[in-house]
Design a protein around this ligand. Structure first.
Ligand SMILES: Cc1ncc(COP(=O)(O)O)c(C=O)c1O
Length: 466
C-alpha cells in the first residue's frame, strides 16, 4: 500500500479495491502466472482458465461414460443431455428468451461467421454493410455477398478515436431498400482499437430493415451482453476468449426468425431429417440441428457451462470494473510518456479515456527523433522479459489501414504491382509501404490482470525512452 504508484492508481481509480476477489482468485486459480513470472497482456487474443475449470471438467469425464450423441443408447443420451443443458445455459447466461433465440455450437467465432456468410440469402439488390474495424472473419462474408451479386459497403472509422461518425449512419441504412435481404455487421468491441460501438445501432438498423450481425468475440469476455435488452439477429463468439478453456468451441447465437432465413449450401451428418441416395432428396432438420455439421464436440461442450459458471461466480460488474481501472491507468501513463526531445513515445490508435472502450490498447512506438520503431522489435524486446503481447494487424486490416494511414490509392498501386494480381506475401506488402508501419502493438488487459502486470509493461515502455 506504501508503493506511491499504487497509491496514485487508487486515487485515480478508487473502484479497483472492489475487485479484490480477482486478486484472491489469481493467487489460487491462476498461480501459474506468477510462478512462471508471466506478464500476460494478450487477453484479446485469448482468455485464461482457472485451474478448477479444468479439474471440474476432468472429474466429469472421469466419472461418466459419454458416447456419440447421434444415437439413443444410454451413453449417447448422457452426452445429449449435457449438450442440451449447455445450450440452454448459454442462452440463460446471455439472458436470451428461449423462444426467441437458439444456439449453434461451432468451432470458434469464425465458424459461426462462416455459417451466416454461406447461408445468408444475399442476392442482387441486397446489401452487406459493415464497419471498417471488423475482424477478417466478418470481412470474409463479403465474398459470399459478392458471389451472389449483393452490394458491399464499408462504413469508415476515423482517427484519432477510431469511431464511426454516428450522424452518417442513417445515410448508410438508407442503402437497404425494403423487400431484399440486407445484413449489417459490426463488432460490439473492436479487437484493434478497443472501441465499443453503441449497441443502440442494432435497433436502428432493424427499424431501417436490416438484419444485424453483432460480433461479440472481443466484447463478451469483459462486458455483459444482455440479449433481452439488445436483440441482434446473429451473435458469433469464441468461448476461449471468455474463459480460456476449452479452445475449439464457439457459438452462433441467433434469433430463430433470422435463422429460418438462412439456406445452408449443403447437408451433412446430423443436419437432416431424411436424405435419399436414389431419390436424390434431403430434408433439413429444424433450428440449430441444421447447422451443426457432423458429430458435435460432445466431450468439450460441457466445459462451456463450467466456464460460464466461473464468470458468473466473479460477476461481470467486477470484471468490467477491473478492466476499466487497469486500462485507464495504462492509457493515462502511456500517453504521457515523452522522450527527452519532447517526442511522445507512442501514437495511440483508439480512445484515450475509458469511455465506451474496452481493455484493448493499440499503438505504435517512436524513437526520440520521431521515427517509428518496428512493431516486431517491440515484440522481441517484450519477449525477452516474458511479456506476452500481440503485434501486427490482428486480423483487422480495415482498422489497420486507417490507423497506419495506408490509402486506397497506395493499396491499389500495391495490389496491381508486378506479379501482385495472383499473390502478395506479407513481405511484398511491407515493401509496398516502405517507410510506413504496416502493423502495431496491442496490449490487452483482461479478467485476471493485476496492477503489477500493468506496471511491468509501463516499466518496459519507460525503458524505450531516450
Ligand atoms: C472481434 C473478433 N471477431 C472474431 C474473431 C475470430 O475469433 P476466432 O479466431 O476464435 O474464430 C476475433 C478473434 O480475435 C475477434 O477478436
Amino acid at each position: 500500500m506504501s508503493n506511491p504508484d499504487f497509491v496514485a492508481f487508487l486515487h485515480a481509480y478508487p473502484a479497483y479495491p472492489t475487485t479484490h476477489i480477482i486478486d484472491d482468485l489469481r493467487a489460487t486459480e491462476y498461480a501459474r502466472l506468477d510462478v512462471g513470472e508471466h506478464i500476460y497482456l494478450d487477453y484479446t487474443g485469448g482468455g485464461l482458465y482457472a485451474e478448477t475449470q479444468v479439474r471440474r471438467h476432468h472429474k466429469l469425464l472421469s466419472e461418466h461414460v459419454f458416447g456419440n450423441p447421434h444415437s439413443s443408447n444410454p451413453s449417447s443420451l448422457a452426452s445429449t443431455q449435457l449438450l442440451e443443458h449447455a445450450r440452454e445455459y448459454v442462452l440463460k447466461f446471455f439472458n436470451a428468451n428461449l423462444d426467441e433465440y437458439d444456439v449453434i455450437f461451432t468451432q470458434n467465432a469464425s465458424g459461426a461467421l462462416k455459417l451466416v456468410g454461406e447461408s445468408y440469402p444475399f442476392a442482387k439488390g441486397g446489401h452487406y454493410l459493415l464497419t471498417f474495424d471488423n475482424h477478417n472473419s466478418v470481412n470474409g462474408i463479403r465474398e459470399f455477398a459478392h458471389a451472389h451479386g449483393a452490394e458491399v459497403t464499408y462504413i469508415p472509422v476515423a482517427l484519432p478515436d477510431m469511431r464511426v461518425d454516428a450522424s452518417s449512419l442513417n445515410d448508410y441504412f438508407a442503402y437497404g431498400p425494403k423487400g431484399t435481404h440486407n445484413l449489417f455487421a459490426f463488432p460490439a468491441q473492436s479487437n484493434f482499437s478497443g472501441v465499443q460501438h453503441p449497441l443502440e445501432w442494432v435497433e436502428k438498423a432493424h427499424a431501417a430493415g436490416w438484419d444485424v450481425l453483432l460480433d461479440a468475440a472481443a466484447f463478451a469476455p469483459t462486458n455483459y451482453l444482455d440479449l433481452n435488452k439488445v436483440k441482434p439477429d446473429f451473435v458469433p463468439l469464441s468461448f476461449y476468449k471468455m474463459f480460456g478453456y476449452p479452445t475449439g468451441i464457439g457459438a452462433l447465437i441467433a434469433r430463430k426468425e433470422a435463422l429460418a432465413k438462412l439456406h445452408r449450401p449443403w447437408f451433412a451428418g446430423g443436419t437432416i431429417t431424411v436424405v435419399s441416395v436414389q431419390g436424390d432428396k434431403f430434408y433439413m432438420a429444424d433450428g440449430h440441428t441444421a447447422f451443426e455439421d457432423g458429430t458435435p464436440d460432445y466431450l468439450n461442450i460441457p466445459a462451456i457451462e463450467i466456464g460460464l459458471k466461473h464468470i458468473e461466480s466473479i460477476g461481470y460488474d467486477v470484471i468490467h470494473t477491473r478492466v476499466t481501472c487497469l486500462a485507464g491507468w495504462l492509457l493515462d501513463n502511456l500517453t504521457q510518456m515523452k522522450h527527452s526531445t519532447g517526442v511522445p513515445l507512442i501514437r495511440l490508435y483508439g480512445p484515450t479515456t475509458t469511455e465506451a472502450r474496452g481493455g484493448t490498447v493499440t499503438a505504435n512506438f517512436y524513437d526520440k527523433d520521431g521515427n517509428a520503431i518496428d512493431h516486431r522489435f517491440i515484440e522481441n524486446e517484450a519477449n525477452k522479459v516474458n511479456i506476452s503481447l500481440r503485434t501486427g494487424c490482428f486480423c483487422n486490416p480495415g482498422a489497420g489501414e486507417v490507423a497506419l494511414g495506408l490509402s486506397r490509392v497506395e493499396l491499389d498501386v500495391c495490389f496491381n504491382g508486378p506479379g501482385h494480381q495472383e499473390r502478395v506475401t506479407l513481405d511484398d506488402f511491407r515493401l509496398c509501404f516502405d517507410g510506413k508501419s504496416t502493423g502495431a502493438v496491442r496490449i490487452s488487459v483482461g479478467m485476471v490482470t493485476n496492477f503489477n502486470d500493468v506496471q511491468a509493461f509501463l516499466s518496459f515502455a519507460r525503458g524505450l525512452l531516450g
